[in-house]
Design a protein around this ligand. Structure first.
Ligand SMILES: Cc1cc2nc3c(=O)[nH]c(=O)nc-3n(C[C@H](O)[C@H](O)[C@H](O)COP(=O)(O)O)c2cc1C
Length: 415
């Protein structure tokens, strides 16, 4: 080859965009975003995101459960325009994907919950604000309109619980998710060992951290104080008084089905139970007027050795029939996982850690990048599976999956 022809093959284009934009553009997988987040965040904060309870068996099992499935695609189907849009409880989402509730998001990036909500709204996806958020539900409602849901922890103080429900209704939240996996806090050993606190305290080791992650600490120290924004204000203010050590002591471990009936009566909108809800409990919930379940083991952060939510989808769907909403999270890391979830019978899949990594990696743009990544992976998976739409994927589901990779677990209802 002549030198001039060889030179034609070399591209000398200068990289476009800021360093942050270029770093994001190099993230082609959720794991790439996680690695970028790990470069930006102190080790203790990264462990707070990544960690699970006890031996982290639930945590490991969650991703494994999705990865065990194999596809058997339909061939010679017209997939020239795969459509990822779907209806969920009366509202259209751009894809069967949402962002699950996470506490203390502004600690990961001071742009926090509003940045996640804006990215979700721009992508046409639902976002669930946590009771433990660092932005109040009223402040979040002032962000551009999107499909906003609220996740509720039931408090020992019933008046506080009812007040949160009233505020969520007044602020226009569409769906309420009642967490039913948090009677007591899970034992997250990484946080126990690192001495992690909420809010983070400047200790000898965090001072060392300032040297290694100056960007993180500069942003955090310049930002307004971190607080549990939904719990502040009023006579019983506890926004500043709670830490990770004592907050769980305020959750109501006595909440039972009679308590659920009271909360159902107080909430005018759609209601989901969020937790590792088995088929018998899902049927019971439906009988109590609940609209659906959000199958979740809190991303492996609560009860260790919990069945992977992926493995609950088919038995729950079989038990409740089609006319009941089924959301799933815990372990979704690729658009193909979303396709598996839907083929098994879920209506919507959600992610927790992936959007926190994206937020740490690139703020609001990072979360937008993650949404694009997951939706485009899902769209490509649909096309390669030979399905043109979400309803078709749900219908053809069982034929698109090769066998059942493990025995179907059945959780009995509580006595
Ligand atoms: C850092 C962190 C904080 C969380 N905080 C909450 C919370 O406040 N309320 C809640 O219902 N779930 C919470 N979750 C659980 C998520 O809603 C979701 O169930 C879980 O992250 C899904 O698993 P994944 O991280 O594997 O996607 C949290 C998860 C993480 C990683």
């Amino acid at each position: 080859m002549k030198l001039s022809s060889a030179l034609d093959l070399v591209s000398f284009t200068l990289p476009a965009g800021s360093a942050a934009e270029r770093a994001l553009a190099r993230c082609h997988t959720v794991e790439d975003l996680r690695r970028l987040a790990a470069r930006r965040l102190p080790r203790t904060v990264m462990d707070y995101i990544d960690g699970g309870a006890d031996a982290e068996l639930s945590l490991a099992g969650n991703t494994e459960a999705f990865a065990r499935y194999r596809f058997t695609p339909a061939v010679l189907a017209d997939v020239s325009a795969p459509d990822t849009a779907t209806d969920f409880l009366g509202r259209t989402a751009a894809a069967p994907l949402g962002f699950a509730p996470t506490g203390f998001t502004r600690m990961i990036n001071p742009d926090g919950e509003p940045a996640v909500a804006r990215s979700a709204a721009a992508a046409g996806l639902p976002y669930v604000l946590s009771t433990m958020a660092t932005t109040s539900l009223e402040d979040l409602a002032a962000q551009p309109a999107g499909d906003r849901w609220f996740q509720l922890y039931a408090w020992k103080d019933r008046a506080r619980t009812l007040d949160l429900i009233r505020r969520a209704a007044d602020a226009g939240y569409r769906v309420l998710e009642l967490a039913v996996d948090t009677a007591v806090p899970g034992n997250r050993l990484r946080d126990v060992r690192s001495g992690f606190t909420i809010p983070p305290r400047l200790t000898a080791s965090s001072l060392l951290d300032i040297g290694s992650k100056p960007g993180y600490w500069t942003k955090l120290l310049r930002a307004p104080d971190l607080e549990f924004a939904n719990l502040s204000g009023g006579a019983a203010d506890c926004g500043h008084g709670y830490t990770i050590e004592n907050i769980g002591a305020q959750f109501n471990p006595a909440l039972d089905w009679a308590g659920l009936a009271g909360l159902r009566a107080a909430w005018p909108g759609k209601l989901l139970l969020k937790g590792p809800v088995g088929p018998a409990d899902a049927v019971r919930a439906r009988d109590f007027g609940v609209d659906g379940v959000h199958l979740s083991n809190h991303g492996g952060r609560q009860l260790d050795r919990t069945v992977a939510p992926a493995d609950l989808i088919a038995p729950v769907r079989q038990a409740v029939g089609e006319d009941f909403a089924v959301v799933v999270d815990s372990g979704i890391r690729h658009g193909a996982d979303i396709a598996v979830a839907l083929a098994l019978g879920a209506d919507l899949a959600m992610v927790g850690r992936p959007y926190l990594w994206a937020l740490a990696a690139g703020g609001e743009a990072g979360v937008g990048h993650l949404a694009d990544l997951l939706v485009s992976q899902f769209r490509r998976t649909m096309a390669l599976l030979g399905v043109a739409g979400v309803a078709g994927l749900r219908r053809a589901g069982p034929q698109l999956l090769a066998g059942t990779p493990n025995p179907v677990p059945v959780l009995e209802g509580t006595p």
